[in-house]
Design a binder for this molecule. Structure first.
Ligand code: MN
Length: 235
């Protein structure tokens, strides 16, 4: 890349996600995540299902592409998979009305909110932030995006994760507590959403530990697939 005199160091590379049917890629600005957006997952985590969902975030460069390998992260003995519908935005704004929210969507993908569960729970119990458990390197595998121009805006469809060929997570988008337009509208009251922001919309039940050597195969019906391998820890 040509040198750029504006910066004192080379600018970091732009994080991207592949788009189905084109060689062009989607540039990622921020990754927002919704916590506790499926009742069965709230129950398996022993949390109060009457409390509303909430948000946390991951760095854009936590994206791992389809076919990639996730090095088993440091400091944890209990990394969990959470398969999620990912919504990617082509525009944004503040205080977006629910009935205008779909206009902001470029497309959809399937992703995994990888979680150092032991560290997340320790943070939660100490009333500390969740970054150590959620926002680590390689923590956001994401499959190729299907443009909404081709899919429309799905209100239902199976969302699944298999580990080494065995089904572990098997939900449906119709189980979302806050649906996608509601998430976009609500999040836009908290921050100004912009093109390039992506949202992981929460996981159905069946989260479990994953270890080096595991092959995780995810699918959202009508949207796409994602396969990643969990690798050895980095030296
Ligand atoms: Mn999640």
């Amino acid at each position: 890349m040509a040198s750029d005199d504006r910066y004192v160091i080379p600018p970091p590379p732009q994080a991207t996600i592949a788009v189905q049917g084109t060689s062009k890629t989607f540039p990622v600005r921020r990754i927002w995540c919704v916590g506790r957006n499926y009742v069965e997952h709230i129950r398996e985590m022993g949390q109060d299902e009457r409390l509303p969902p909430f948000y946390f975030a991951k760095p854009a460069d936590a994206i791992v592409p389809d076919g990639g390998t996730v090095p088993y992260p440091s400091l944890t003995k209990d990394m969990h998979h959470e398969v999620e519908l990912v919504v990617v935005l082509k525009s944004g704004g503040r205080n977006i009305p629910v009935d205008k929210a779909n206009d902001c969507i470029y497309g959809y993908a399937v992703g995994i909110d990888l979680t150092r569960r032991d560290l997340q729970i320790a943070s939660r119990d100490l009333k500390r932030p969740w970054e150590i458990g959620k926002a680590f390197d390689h923590s956001a595998p994401c499959g190729a995006i299907k443009p909404a121009s081709e899919t429309g805006h799905p209100k239902s469809g199976k969302i699944t994760l298999k580990c080494n060929g065995k089904v572990r997570q098997d939900g449906d988008l119709n189980q979302l507590i806050w649906n996608v337009p509601e998430i976009i509208s609500n999040l836009s009251e908290i921050v100004a959403l912009e093109a390039g922001d992506i949202i992981m919309t929460g996981t159905p039940s069946g989260v479990a530990a994953t270890v080096a050597g595991d092959k995780l195969e995810c699918e959202v019906e009508g949207i796409g697939k994602l396969t990643v391998t969990i690798g050895q820890p980095l030296k």
